[in-house]
Design a protein around this ligand. Structure first.
Ligand code: NDP
Ligand code: AKG
Length: 448
């Protein structure tokens, strides 16, 4: 059987059926490319049309979200939830509130989530959702009304055994609280496990807020260890300054590294003293200001509205903002400046051309579906705690997170080698290992 031709045909079909969904095409292409050696070893998955079934979401929900702003003006947004694959458990994945959100972006994120969630080894399927709502500059009351309107439609598709959303860009503890409150009001059920990322005081898990950023740093640490290196004293650049970025900075500093730059959509910040985490949290989490406010408050820091944060020399780069933020020219600059490892805290932040540059230069590269899997894994730990009406300590939860990240890392390497690639090929390893777990479950469950 000509496996390459089969894969080409599947990809062509995706592009024909869903033209314009460019981010979804990009995410699918990466996975499909990695499937060549896997399908050669498993022709039964070609026969069972596993790829075709995986690339078509089980359910896509699009809905109107009407709400009223503080001035009494009626606003209308579009809401999305893509329930991509439920072979391993309830659909699981975050909600993104950002003006750029469209179906293609939600599908790319939901598709990634299938393989990421499988890699964690936990009982969670893949899904993602969101809205083209921009929370920036909105009052708490407006965000609450939007969340209530969003949940007024979405609630009918959710359930702790059905579909369990969490946060993503623009959705943090505040939004999860409002969404949970509306779900509870409509259903008259206190169903703790229907959303994750809840505040710790009422059903949230310790370490969930920190988990994605911490996990990405653990993954980078594991990659470095394969070459006898560690994080101590290393110069690190982190892009973004949201949930993932802030806790990546925190863990790098705890492990002895020094983050010298981070960013937001307005520009980037360099502080050779090392990013002051207290100040960063105050600017971004408390005051919700632009990152330039950090430089206004600290004389050792400089803010730049032009250029890229990846121009700042570093040994480790952690892209933690958004998709396709690290382009070919950024990768070339990083390599020229001696980068050793890149771990994706965000989902698909590196373009395919950038990944190629890292591969050619033998830079250790951890793709998001492996490197940022700590967030969703800790969400699954939150679901476990909710199901048993228990609450674990921070230490216990973080120990489990660290163990899961070590397991994900090891699984990538052994799977890459098993399919004839170098153990450093984390892209092949992550995609193949995630795929195999889902394909096995789909096969056992029949054509559904
Ligand atoms: N939260 C989680 O647990 C997980 C998140 N991820 C991924 O991590 C990434 C960051 O998510 P998270 O930290 O939760 O989100 P946040 O909303 O907390 O932070 C996002 C950060 O990225 C910046 N950013 C967002 N969009 C753009 C853009 N178009 N251009 C430049 N900068 C941008 C934001 O800047 P500004 O404030 O100016 O918009 C902000 O600094 C996303 O890719 C997400 O999918 C992956 C796994 C789990
Ligand atoms: O915690 C979750 O359920 C979702 C995390 C997420 O959206 C992601 O991994 O990209």
């Amino acid at each position: 059987m000509d496996v390459s031709a089969h894969i080409e045909a599947v990809y062509a079909d995706i592009c024909r059926r869903d033209p314009g969904e460019v981010e979804f095409h990009q995410a699918a292409q990466e996975v499909l490319h990695a499937m060549v050696p896997v399908l050669r070893a498993h022709p039964e998955y070609v026969e069972a049309r596993i790829l075709e079934r995986l690339c078509e979401p089980e359910r896509q929900i699009l809905f109107r979200v009407p709400w009223v702003d503080d001035r009494g003006t009626v606003r209308v947004n579009r809401g999305f939830r893509v329930e991509f694959n439920g072979a391993l458990g309830p659909y699981k994945g975050g909600l993104r509130f950002h003006p750029s959100v469209n179906l293609g972006i939600v599908k790319f994120l939901g598709f990634e989530q299938i393989f990421k969630n499988a890699l964690t080894g936990m009982a969670i399927g893949g899904g993602k959702g969101g809205a083209d709502f921009d929370p920036k500059g909105r009052s708490d009351a407006e965000v609450m009304r939007f969340c209530q309107a969003f949940m007024t439609e979405l609630y009918r598709h959710l359930g702790e055994h059905t579909d369990v959303p969490a946060g993503d860009i623009g959705v943090g503890g505040r939004e999860i609280g409002y969404l949970f409150g509306q779900y509870k009001r409509i259903t008259n059920r206190y169903e703790s496990g229907v959303l994750t990322g809840k505040p710790v005081g009422w059903g949230g898990s310790h370490a969930r807020t920190e988990a994605t950023g911490y996990g990405a740093v653990y993954f980078a640490q594991e990659m470095l260890a394969t070459r006898g290196l560690d994080l101590g004293e290393r110069r690190v650049v982190v892009s973004g300054s949201g949930n993932v970025a802030v806790y990546a900075v925190e863990k790098v500093h705890a492990l002895g590294g020094r983050v010298v730059a981070c960013s937001d959509s307005s520009g980037y910040l360099v502080d050779e003293d090392g990013i002051d985490l207290g100040l960063l949290k105050d600017v971004k989490e408390v005051r919700r200001e632009r990152i330039s406010a950090y430089a206004d408050a600290k004389p050792t820091a400089r803010f730049s509205a032009r250029g890229s944060v990846f121009d700042v020399p570093c040994e480790i780069a952690l892209p933690c903002a958004t998709q396709n933020e690290l382009r070919q020219q950024d990768a070339v600059a990083l390599v020229k400046n001696g980068v050793l490892a890149v771990a994706e805290g965000a989902n698909m932040p590196c373009t395919p051309e950038a990944v190629e540059v890292f591969r050619d230069a033998r830079v250790l590269f951890g793709p998001g579906k492996a490197a940022n899997a700590g967030g969703v894994a800790t969400s699954a730990l939150e679901m476990q705690q909710n199901a048993s009406r228990d609450s674990w300590t921070f230490e216990r939860t973080e120990d489990q997170l660290a163990a899961i990240m070590r397991q994900v890392h090891a699984q990538c390497r052994t799977t890459a080698e098993a399919y004839g690639a170098d153990a450093d090929d984390y892209v092949l390893g992550a995609n193949a290992a995630g795929f195999l777990r889902v394909a096995e479950a789909m096969t056992a469950q029949g054509v559904v």
